[in-house]
Design a protein around this ligand. Structure first.
Ligand SMILES: [Zn+2]
Length: 183
C-alpha cells in the first residue's frame, strides 16, 4: 500500500449548497444531485476560509484558492456570492480518478430505482484509488460519490506536490487525508 495523493477537505462553513435548489436538481427519491451544473446564487456561510465545505459536501474556495486551481488544473468554477466582501466560488475538478470500492469495503445502501444511485454510499476514507499512481501535481474527483441523500459527493484528490503547495501558500481551511494505491 502506497500513499499516492491526498484527499482534500475544507473546514465546515455551516452552509447548505442545495438549500432552495429547484426540485429538478435533486432526485425526488434519494436526493442525489442530478444537475452538476447547478450552483446557488448566494451561500450563507458562517466562517470564511480559503477552503471550506458545505454541510452537503461541496468545496467552496476563496478567490485566491479558486485562482490557484484555475491556473494549474481543468476545473469547473461557479460564483456563489460573497462573505463580508470576500468572493466565494464552488470549484470542482473535471478529471476523474477511479476509486477502489472493493478494497475499501464501500457499502451501497438502498438502491434508488428512480435515478440509479443509492440513498447512502459509505466507507470512503482512508481512500483507496484503483490506479497505480497519479501525477504529483494534479486535481481529481473520484468516480464514486459518498454520503447520504444530497450530501453524496465525490472526494477531491490532489497530488502530493499539490498538497504541499497548498500548504506552503498558507491557504486556511485545508484538511488533507492520505489517499492510497494498492496496485
Ligand atoms: Zn435517486
Amino acid at each position: 500500500m502506497k500513499e499516492i495523493g491526498n484527499v482534500l477537505f475544507g473546514h465546515d462553513n455551516g452552509a447548505h449548497f442545495f438549500h432552495g435548489a429547484p426540485t429538478s436538481v435533486l432526485c425526488w427519491n434519494c436526493r442525489a444531485c442530478l444537475d452538476f451544473h447547478y450552483s446557488p446564487e448566494t451561500l450563507k456561510i458562517e466562517t470564511f476560509y480559503g477552503f471550506s465545505q458545505t454541510q452537503d459536501n461541496r468545496l467552496i474556495c476563496s478567490q485566491r484558492a479558486k485562482d490557484f486551481f484555475l491556473t494549474y488544473f481543468d476545473v469547473r468554477v461557479s460564483a456563489v456570492g460573497a462573505w463580508r466582501g470576500n468572493s466565494l466560488y464552488h470549484v470542482s475538478p473535471k478529471s476523474i480518478v477511479p476509486f477502489n470500492s472493493l478494497a475499501r469495503g464501500t457499502r451501497f445502501v438502498d438502491h434508488c430505482d428512480v435515478c440509479g444511485s443509492y440513498k447512502s454510499i459509505v466507507e470512503a476514507t482512508p481512500a483507496y484509488l484503483a490506479i497505480e499512481r497519479i501525477d504529483d501535481r494534479s486535481f481529481f474527483r473520484t468516480d464514486l460519490v459518498f454520503g447520504s441523500y444530497e450530501e453524496k459527493a465525490s472526494l477531491n484528490i490532489v497530488g502530493l506536490a499539490t498538497a504541499k503547495d497548498l500548504h506552503e501558500r498558507g491557504f486556511s481551511g485545508c484538511v488533507f487525508k492520505a489517499a492510497f494505491s494498492l496496485v
